[in-house]
Ligand binder design. Structure first.
Ligand code: PMM
Length: 354
């Protein structure tokens, strides 16, 4: 493996200011990335020693340097690649993905929607409240959760997907299993969301390639059973970045088209509170893949720890703060339980950033 280079956009500028700075060559920008950036934090990791060095470059200087630095040029090209529309969404505004967990045991809303009819009603309510995408999952991935047998997972999610997709909603299926992906897409799901980044099921990457649907590649280590024991990083942001890069490579090798990938750093999965906070503070590095970024923080334990709220239902304010920070950092999709509040927040932020 050669030396590694990581670019983190900083000095973010929104709205008209951002567009004008980009047009004047003073800020970087990309189609489908709703923020411009005037600075780059450049981290270089030496392959032989593992040592990291960091420096700051203004956008203009970075572009000049790239003329004689092929690695920097390639990284800048990736960062500023257009994010093509997916499922009719052009990423000109942040998208709200509403969570429908059809499970008896998800950590924050488990048991509330485990009956298909109730889950369908919940999905409709989320759509009415402003969800752009409904994410249907039949297997809890909370720390320590056990694998759900395929037949049971299908029994939970397929009727819900069929009903909501038939009503015209854009549905994603939150699953790690190829068979569930295939059946879900046949039932009308238009996006696959795999918390294992297509690593749990050896058939999953090929299945997604054949289905030709967008796929969320989320970062985690291990499985929900053992992931928290694997939350040990020297530098969490670059390590998560490298591990996501490996998932992207594997997906591409299996035939998944690059323009169908959505990237997610996987908050709470094999990450401590400090790890999650470090990722959020340096979130813009994940734009370096040149793909839409999804952030799922809603009601998670780290929000409870920081805001000192034990009951997940009481973590709305903390969740909104994180979703707002993610949107302001240019994340294209936020995955949330509290759709009405998040959709209003996103609308307000958009108006402020006009
Ligand atoms: N989090 C959970 C489940 N699925 N999918 C993606 N892409 N990103 C996430 O952060 C994510 C996910 C666990 O949270 P939940 O039990 O509240 O749904």
């Amino acid at each position: 493996m050669g030396d590694a280079l990581y670019l983190r956009p900083a000095g973010l500028v929104h709205g008209r200011d951002g567009r004008e700075l980009a047009a004047a060559g003073l800020a970087g920008a990309a189609e489908g990335l709703p923020v411009a950036f005037t600075m780059l934090e450049v981290t270089h990791r030496c392959a032989s020693t593992g040592e990291r060095s960091r420096r700051w470059l203004g956008w203009r200087r970075a572009v000049e340097r790239a003329e004689s630095d092929a690695a920097l040029k390639a990284a800048l090209d990736r960062l500023t690649a257009p994010r093509a529309p997916l499922c009719g969404f052009d990423f000109s505004r942040p998208l709200v993905m509403g969570i429908v967990n059809v499970t008896p045991d998800s950590f924050s809303d488990g048991g509330r929607h485990d009956d298909p009819q109730r889950a369908i009603a919940h999905g409709r309510a989320l759509a009415a409240a402003g969800a752009d995408i409904l994410d249907i999952g039949g297997e809890s991935t909370r720390p320590g959760a056990a694998v759900v047998p395929v037949e049971e997972e299908l029994r939970r999610v397929i009727p819900v997907i069929e009903a909501l997709a038939a009503e015209g909603h854009v549905v994603s299926v939150d699953t790690r299993k190829a068979v569930v992906m295939e059946r879900a897409v046949r039932a009308g799901a238009r996006i696959v969301n795999d918390v294992s980044g297509l690593t749990f099921d050896a058939e999953a990457a090929r299945a997604v390639a054949a289905l030709k649907v967008p796929v969320v590649l989320m970062h985690m280590r291990g499985t929900p059973t053992d992931m928290m024991a694997r939350a040990a990083y020297e530098d969490v942001v670059t390590e998560v970045y490298d591990e996501l890069a490996a998932r992207i490579d594997a997906a591409l090798k299996a035939g998944v088209a690059e323009e169908r990938l959505i990237i997610d750093p996987g908050l709470g999965f094999a990450k401590t509170t400090d790890d999650n906070m470090a990722i959020l503070r340096r979130l813009t590095m994940f734009h370096g893949f040149g793909r839409p970024l999804l952030v799922g923080a809603s009601r998670k334990r780290f929000i409870g720890e920081v805001t000192q709220v034990a009951d997940p239902a009481g973590r709305v304010a903390g969740s909104l703060a994180v979703a707002q920070a993610a949107v302001a950092a240019g994340a294209q999709i936020v995955r949330v339980h509290d759709v009405a509040e998040t959709a209003r927040m996103a609308r307000m932020v958009r108006a402020l950033h006009a």
